[in-house]
Design a binder for this molecule. Structure first.
Ligand SMILES: Cc1cc2nc3c(=O)[nH]c(=O)nc-3n(C[C@H](O)[C@H](O)[C@H](O)COP(=O)(O)OP(=O)(O)OC[C@H]3O[C@@H](n4cnc5c(N)ncnc54)[C@H](O)[C@@H]3O)c2cc1C
Length: 354
């Protein structure tokens, strides 16, 4: 998502771009995440201005790209539910009729003014298609190092030993960007695993749900439920400390974790209780030591840039990241947002990835 966005905004400026992907477009978190977007949920943190700029860009891109990738505004609710039994009292905020399970709506978190969604895999593909229509090339290869000439980045070296030349290199390999930490000076980048299931449930309204959930064995979970315009309902959660595998195709799905998510969804709505599971997935979000993304120059290597570490907000913040990075690469500075809080040099460099 982040790489596709950087490519699109560079291509929109007329820059010749090559996207290098090892496995498949949107094969990892960017194809398997929620795609939930919020205008103001990052306010009060250094991410606030980036998120606000990105929320606005999402609306513009939905028109500009001219492709349907599931962008729509949503209402968003907080709920509480238990795997066993019902909670005392009824809904504490006005509740849509389809939330007819044993859960209760405890608050309204967002409206069509402040919350929205995309279907992430389709959005990533739409951005890359639009970039390709402007001349961007997509190349399948495994990047292993940054090539250097006269102390500056001059391209990338692939696992086949080939050097692909470029005037600038943007590292946007999600949690796997950390695998280059031994080759270039980068702070630690980790992967945090999560699961999702997709339920076949057409005609569920555009209402996003954040659920405070307790399992029968006492675990406190926070599943997120996003009905999609394609006629299914995406449910995610269940953080797992499993280490990041070497490549996206090695990510393992745990059926028990997926079953917990499907059961949780079934507790808030009888429609979801009856719905068939059509997909079980797992993916790793890229995270950093201070929870903020890395968007900026790779310290000590002219012409090399990094854009990753967006944690739970990579789909929301990809458009503003892409536009700001395109400005940084092409103009030498970003004007859309102040990137200083995201400068990789703020963190200890050279730390080993987990
Ligand atoms: C369960 C879950 C739900 C989420 N829900 C939301 C949400 O609702 N809203 C939101 O905003 N965010 C959400 N996120 C976060 C979001 O999905 C991520 O922040 C975002 O997808 C990260 O995008 P990325 O492009 O940085 O990384 P990735 O999607 O991981 O992409 C990295 C790409 O680099 C490729 N690659 C890796 N190594 C190499 C190499 N050596 N050479 C070439 N290519 C390589 C990979 O194949 C992959 O395609 C969620 C995350 C998870 C896990």
């Amino acid at each position: 998502m982040v790489g596709a966005s950087v490519a699109y905004f560079l291509a929109r400026r007329g820059v010749a771009v090559t996207v290098i992907e090892r496995t498949g477009v949107a094969c990892a978190a960017s194809g398997k995440s929620g795609g939930f977007l919020a205008l103001d949920w990052c306010d009060g943190s250094p991410l606030g201005p980036l998120a606000r700029a990105s929320f606005a860009l999402h609306a513009e891109l939905a028109k500009e790209l001219g492709t349907d990738y599931g962008y729509r505004r949503m209402d968003t609710f907080m709920m509480a539910a238990r795997e066993n039994g019902a909670l005392a009292g009824g809904h504490r905020a006005s509740a849509p009729r389809w939330l007819d399970g044993s859960g209760i709506v405890t608050a309204t978190l967002g409206s069509i003014e402040t919350t929205a969604q995309v279907t992430p895999a389709r959005f990533t593909a739409a951005l890359l298609d639009a970039a390709q229509a402007r001349g961007t090339k997509l190349r399948m290869a495994v990047v292993e190092d940054v090539a250097r000439r006269n102390g500056a980045a001059s391209g990338v070296v692939t696992a086949d030993g080939e050097t692909l030349e470029g005037d600038a290199v943007v590292l946007a390999m999600g949690p796997w960007t950390g695998r280059l930490a031994g080759r270039v000076k980068l702070p630690s980048i980790y992967g945090l695993k999560g699961y999702s299931v997709t339920l076949a449930a057409p005609d569920v309204p555009a209402h996003a749900l954040f659920v405070d959930y307790r399992t029968a064995d006492g675990r406190a979970l926070e599943p997120e439920i996003f009905p999609r315009p394609e006629g299914d309902v995406y449910v995610c959660g269940m953080a797992d400390p499993a280490p990041l595998p070497d490549s996206p195709e090695l990510v393992e799905v745990n059926d028990d974790s997926c079953a917990v998510l499907a059961r949780a969804a079934g507790r808030v709505s009888t429609t979801l209780a009856e719905a068939r599971i059509v997909r079980r997935q797992a993916c790793y979000r890229p995270v950093t030591d201070d929870g903020l993304p890395l968007i900026g120059r790779v310290p000590g290597l002219r012409g090399a840039y990094v854009a990753t570490g967006h944690g739970p907000w990579g789909i929301l913040n990809a458009p503003a990241t892409g536009l700001a990075m395109a400005e940084l690469v092409a103009d030498g500075a970003a004007s859309l947002v102040d990137l200083r809080a995201f400068d990789p040099a703020r963190l200890t460099l050279g730390a080993r990835p987990l």
